[in-house]
Write a protein that binds this ligand. Structure first.
Ligand SMILES: Cc1ncc(COP(=O)(O)O)c(C=O)c1O
Length: 396
């Protein structure tokens, strides 16, 4: 028998997809499952998107150019210009979602065996992409009690080795909902410059911040040459199915490597690049509206969680996630219990156990991540179910 690669054998299955068969079984049995497990927004897409796609009148559907459709690239330049980030077309390449931008950023900054510093818990795809690229993630653990604040510079510098090539910053953060302060960003930029490292800044949730103004690491002049920005339309325009992201850098040596990678994979989707042009040029009204909605949900979920005995959490300042420490020993077992045993009014919940958001084995065992991607009425019911389920789990 031919053998599957070590990479293929060792890569973790997505924490989000692991419990899917149990959830489907519950649904087949007629149970209503409130899904707080995936960051798949329930909100309607911007009204400009589909009409713009419908204007496409060519008889064939060709590849887009590898560096992106020029009007689409121009729309991104306008979008970033609205944040005071002045870019030229050569600073930016559309990708197949933010996911591909992460992969290209890793491939352009590392060779096999190199290291990247990350803050854990972190968006689990970084672990998967690092495994695909044979790169080691070196974690710095952030604590729920500390509201997932970044540590002092000396604790970050301690993790830098001769093999370190980059530091990842996800801001606003998935899975913690943390939003970085200007001081935290300046600290990272100073470290990166001092040690010749890249910053891979993932700003997929840029506008979803509940106080202060949305921004970018690229606004920091000192960050210009060492920063690679990973971005996406998935969350800010509620359209993860469009599969459009972007990779951005002022560093032209880096961007010429990224362009070569982009040519290998041919192009990002054509129709979606076209469809997104109007909303990219005029994003604020839509992103303000959805942020107001997520803030309402954040307040509801956070208040409800703080009232459940034994639950530990901190108020997230952005994105649409919250990490909760539960009064359980093993949150994977609790999630299994929810899907297979617990029913309240023939309803249950799907949450994501947090273990797989950590790089360090054994951490986050009693934690779950909740994505508040349901309307407030559903969230209210979901929080009641969680309270009842924790009582039943304790008394089982
Ligand atoms: C922090 C972060 N980056 C990137 C992505 C990838 O987004 P997409 O590939 O849908 O653009 C996600 C998706 O959840 C995310 O949470």
């Amino acid at each position: 028998m031919p053998k599957v690669s070590k990479r293929g054998q060792n890569i973790l299955s997505s924490p989000i997809r692991k419990f899917l068969p149990l959830m489907l079984k519950a649904e087949i049995e007629g149970v209503k499952v409130f899904k707080l497990n995936v960051g798949d927004p329930d909100i309607a897409i911007p009204p400009q998107l589909l009409p713009a796609i419908k204007k496409y009148k060519n008889k064939s559907l060709g590849y887009a150019p590898s560096p992106g459709i020029s009007e689409h690239v121009a729309a991104w330049l306008k979008y970033y210009g609205d944040f005071g980030v002045k870019l030229k077309p050569e600073n930016l390449i559309p990708t197949v979602g933010g996911a591909e931008a992460i992969l290209l950023a890793i491939l352009a900054t590392t060779d096999p065996g190199d290291e990247i510093i990350v803050f854990e818990p972190l968006y689990a795809s970084y672990k998967g992409f690092a495994a695909m690229a044979s790169v080691k993630l070196v974690p710095i653990t952030l604590k729920i009690e500390n509201n997932f604040a970044l540590p002092p510079a000396k604790d970050i510098i301690k993790k830098i080795s001769r093999k370190t090539k980059a530091i990842v910053l996800i801001n606003p953060d998935n899975p913690t909902g943390a939003v970085r302060t200007r001081a935290e960003i300046n600290r990272l930029v100073k470290i990166a410059r001092g040690h010749n490292l890249f910053i891979i800044t993932d700003e997929t949730y840029r506008e979803i911040v509940f106080f202060g103004q949305p921004g970018s690491v690229l606004q920091v002049p000192a960050a210009k040459n060492c920063t690679i920005l990973v971005d996406s339309v998935s969350k800010r325009f509620s359209c993860p199915g469009a599969r459009i992201g972007v990779i951005v850098s002022y560093n032209q040596v880096l961007m010429s490597a990224v362009l070569k990678f982009a040519m290998v994979r041919l192009s990002a989707p054509t129709l979606e690049q076209i469809g997104l042009i109007p909303i990219l040029k005029n994003a604020r009204a839509y992103t303000k509206k959805i942020t107001r909605e997520y803030k309402k949900r954040r307040d509801l979920v956070f208040t409800a969680l703080t009232k459940i005995p034994g639950v530990k959490c901190q108020k997230p300042n952005g994105a649409f996630y919250i990490i909760a420490g539960l009064p359980v020993k093993n949150s994977e077992d609790f999630v299994k219990f929810l899907l297979t045993k617990f029913r309240y009014q023939n309803q249950t919940l799907m949450l994501t156990p947090a273990q797989d958001f950590y790089v360090t084995p054994g951490l986050g065992k009693n934690e779950v991540r909740l994505a508040y991607v349901l309307n407030t009425q559903s969230l209210k019911q979901a929080m009641l179910i969680l309270k009842k389920a924790l009582e039943a789990y304790k008394n089982r």
